[in-house]
Design a protein around this ligand. Sequence first.
Ligand code: NAP
Length: 551
Amino acid sequence: MPDASTLSGAADKASLDVAIVGGGLAGLYAIYRLRGMGLRVRAFEAGSGIGGTWFWNRYPGARCDVESLEYSYSFSEDLQQAWKWPERYGTQPEILRYINHVADRFDLRRHVQLNTRVKSALFDADANEWTLRTDKGDVVRARFCVMAAGNLSTPRVPDFKGLQDFRGKWYHSGLWPHEGVDFSGLRVGVIGTGSSGIQMIPIIARQAKHLHVFQRTANFSLPARNAPMEPERERRHKAEYAARRRAAHDTPFAIAGHPKPTRSALEVAPDERKAAYEAKWQEGGSISFLYAYTDLLVNKDANDTASEFVREKIRSIVKDPRTAELLAPKDHPIGTKRLCLDTEYYETYNRDNVTLVDVRSDPIRDITPSGLRTEGGAAFELDAIVFATGFDAMTGALREIDIRTSAGASLADHWAGGPLTYLGLMVAGFPNMFIVTGPGSPGVKTQMIASIEQHTDWIANCLDHMRRQGLDRVEATPEAEADWVQHVNAVADSTLYPLANSWYLGANIPGKPRVFMPYVGGFDRYKRRCDAVVADGYEGFRLTRQAALVA
Ligand code: NAP
């Protein structure tokens, strides 16, 4: 039988029960949960501090677009009662402070090895063990790996010619200098108008001498209506915190408190519909808006009513009609790309020192020593360039690690045509390697921390089951993986999501296979499926004992 308290059966110092890749919200919860089972764990984190996304994305205005009372861990009632969020939406510094508080409160920090990037992971089938190698020369053996490396953690700067000769300074939203950047008096160019660009543009505009925004695709954004936390709202929420967290598990986005829609947008009279959208617009927040009617994400005609409402808002806010028309998205239905939340984004284009440049009709050709130039020959003189150009999402972080098995499989090859997983939790042919909120999971389409907790609890329960049964290997079967991938695609195809060229589809990375990666069937449906798989004896997984290996 395996050692009663560990799963590795070995006791030397280089050997762990579980090696965790990443020291963000997922990695920290994995430490908490798995250490709590008496397992020997260590997390490897490339950053010089914990926090993942919230450690790296320090650009001006970085803020969560899920309300802070929701976007927080639920595993400790004491923690959720004690922590005070000062605003409706948490800023990056607040969220990072919260994460550091959690690490100290639960003594997690000593299990994280900072400044260490995992470069490779090799599964030796005979030894039934993973060997991880890091950029610091560590060689770490572990029975299990938990990949908690993040979905939006591989920043991407487009391959523009001439960047190395640019005389000014340049930045990427996801690699922001810790000391901050003062744009006062500078001519600044921001490239990209996704969530990151839309949050930073109003703030940079207030500092810069002039701001040019280079927009390739207009994005829908709704007002966040951020505000100081109302004490009464906090009190009511906290009084029913546990029940709210449970209720969130029965919703598609893992967020409670939004009444489930009951009617199609096409069932109601135009005036009534407009009034409903207006109420949501005034309330702020994206879930509430997309939850106005049952069919906004599945029926194009229904969606058109909501898309047009927001386009009309943009036209009413932005004074210059040409700029307004450029800002009004027409190439994708609202909600099929991540719906942005902003504070005075559209209003910013009414400032004299802000110019919107359409790089769809006239793309950026190259970066010059003094700015940038378009294909059409227009030249822009810039002192600083900010790339808000996004990430190699969902697969980037894992593909940067050379993941192989002694049977000759490599994750890069297995995923050459797009990511394949079973439940987003495991990859067939890669035993004892779990993924937290990876492709095939609903994670990025939900309140992320709820998904992190649900995935990690599932993994912990699986390991606990194996330990009690004397088992030491778990793997997804190829059939279960194929069925799940087909299901993920079928669900996506029954919605409007594939109509947008989004990072959900890998469309932002030239050459990346165009495969819809998140599971959009909803957190509630996904969790029920995960629970049913366990109830059916881990259906689709093979759990075995490599008896000869176990002392
Ligand atoms: P993003 O949504 O992928 O946006 C990248 C932007 O850069 C797009 O406008 C894209 O245009 C543009 N771009 C890329 N390459 C370009 C090129 N060669 N020339 C011109 N424009 C180019 O990235 P993001 O804004 O960093 O957001 C990523 C995700 O992170 C979000 O969807 C969200 O899930 C998360 N996030 C959340 C928050 C929050 O909680 N509030 C904040 C920031 C980020 P195209 O659309 O034409 O490709």
